[in-house]
Write a protein that binds this ligand. Structure first.
Ligand SMILES: O=C(O)[C@H](O)[C@H](O)COP(=O)(O)O
Ligand SMILES: [Mg+2]
Length: 297
């Protein structure tokens, strides 16, 4: 059974128990380009209390570098070393786990984050434009490209049939072509809408090629492996804060760390205690509620 945190005493006890806070981004700190009310103050308060904040997002559309610029645009501050995205984890997986051959290239569907992180990892990549309409004649020209050694799929707001067709041909006809997905979130919480997420777009390619990809993002431990390559993490003193049960909360459970679910993203209160899914250690309406800790300060 998950405990709802509502009082100052409960929040003070929480801060006594944990030194490191792993923060999910979409649905926790912001919704699209809209800051969650009180999020800025909450992060500042935790820093003031000497807590270590690490940001861990399944959103692969932008690189860590670009994420630090988004933090700045939102009036927040985060260094590149404090941000871990699924695009970065995917590039790290290909470079360090797979040891992806440097004479091969990656065909990716997704945003600039995938390209920039692959570049930084020294891995060549290509994709397709989405600016022109797709006609049947060009589809006849799609052939397996022997230089391609992997297809990487990430959230792509410019997805189109050309990209799916090329990925389908590469995955179906290039022997040994790896299939890697940055994450499988079914929905994307935006400013005033919940929209189709990476996992929902990925499903069409999985369906057509009849293959499951290696998935990098939360709830898989790969993201924690990448963090632990940079930081010492004491699981007993670390708290994962997220808005999605099947990624953030399950990630915490997989990594043996406690979890705090917030209801500002894709999950409502009834889901917090659903006996059929992983329950968080705690839940609260919003990280903005940390503001109770500043009362009478
Ligand atoms: O569809 C997606 O890719 C996800 O909804 C989105 O990127 C999740 O990001 P997070 O909540 O892990 O910051
Ligand atoms: Mg989220």
């Amino acid at each position: 059974m998950s405990r709802k945190l509502t009082t100052r005493q409960q929040l003070e006890e929480l801060l006594d128990r944990y030194d490191t806070f792993l923060f999910d981004c979409d649905g926790v700190i912001w919704l699209g380009n809209t800051l969650v009310s009180g999020a800025k103050e909450a992060l500042e308060l935790l820093k003031k209390r000497g807590k270590r904040l690490i940001y861990i997002t399944n959103n692969s559309m932008v690189s860590r570098e670009d994420y630090t610029k988004k933090f700045a645009r939102m009036g927040l501050s985060a260094t590149k070393d404090e941000v871990f995205s699924s695009s970065h984890a995917t590039a790290t997986y290909l470079a360090k786990v797979v040891n992806f051959p440097r004479d091969k290239t990656v065909y990716y569907i997704g945003g600039s984050g995938i390209k920039h992180e692959l570049d930084e990892a020294g891995i060549q990549s290509i994709t397709d434009e989405a600016t022109t309409t797709v006609d049947a004649d060009e589809l006849k020209l799609i052939q397996p490209n022997p230089e391609v050694g992997a297809v990487v799929f990430g959230l792509d707001l410019q997805i189109n049939y050309r990209k799916l067709a090329r990925a389908h041909v590469y995955l179906s006809k290039i022997p040994g072509c790896l299939f890697v997905a940055t994450n499988t979130d079914t929905t994307l919480p935006m400013d005033n809408n919940v929209l189709p997420g990476c996992g929902s777009l990925l499903a069409s390619l999985i369906h057509s090629v009849g293959r499951q990809p290696v998935v990098i993002g939360k709830p898989n431990k790969t993201m924690m492996d990448v963090i632990e390559a940079q930081y010492h993490i004491d699981p007993k003193r670390t708290l994962m804060v997220g808005d999605r049960i099947d990624t953030d909360i399950e990630f915490g459970a997989n990594c043996g760390i406690d979890t705090l679910l917030v209801l500002t993203g894709v999950t409502n209160e009834a889901m917090a205690n659903d006996p059929t899914s992983t329950n968080p250690t705690y839940y609260m309406d919003s990280i903005g509620d940390f503001s109770q800790l500043t009362v009478d300060e």
